[in-house]
Design a protein around this ligand. Structure first.
Ligand code: HEC
Length: 133
């Protein structure tokens, strides 16, 4: 009995954890970069299809749905003058450079992230973003 109660509690916890990822879509749900994105980028960003309920939420950074292959500063987000002037296309290379050191690729960007040193983490996050389109 106690054991059953415990495993029920564990199942409830797992379900709650899954629900807290509410803005995630099914595509890419098992990509290794998903958890990294949620923990490192998720404080400021979402990747949610335009028009979805999640996409209407206010976030500190722009919606990253479909960002891979997209020109920089292309959403209706209130970008910094630096990002508006950057004129980049977000592909694997520019994203990798940006995530390594945002201020180096886009000096004065408002994205307050020091940068990710681990190339594998960057690749996993970029691979995950490729699925969010
Ligand atoms: C502390 C908040 C914060 C965190 C954490 C953060 N970002 Fe950002 N990000 C922003 C803001 C704000 C902008 C807009 C920057 C500007 O206008 O200069 C931005 C812009 C971007 C852009 C450009 C989007 C476009 O439409 O041109 C990309 C790509 C991006 N972030 C990816 C990421 C990824 C991937 C992570 C996690 C590794 C991350 N960011 C973590 C706040 C954040």
């Amino acid at each position: 009995m106690t054991r059953t109660k415990l495993s029920l509690a564990a199942a409830a916890l797992l379900a709650a954890a899954a629900c807290s990822q509410g803005s995630e879509t099914q595509a890419g749900a098992d990509a290794p970069g998903r958890a990294l994105f949620a923990s490192i980028c998720g404080a400021c960003h979402m990747a949610a299809p335009p028009g979805s309920a999640a996409a209407k939420m206010r976030t500190i950074g722009p919606n990253l749905w479909g960002v891979v292959g997209r020109p920089s500063a292309a959403t209706d987000f209130d970008y910094s003058p630096a990002m508006r002037a950057a004129r980049l296309v977000w592909d694997e290379k520019t994203l990798d450079e940006f995530l390594t050191n945002p201020q180096k690729l886009v000096p004065n960007t408002r994205m307050a992230l020091a940068g990710l040193d681990d190339p594998e983490q960057r690749k996993a996050i970029i691979d995950y973003l490729k699925t969010q389109k």
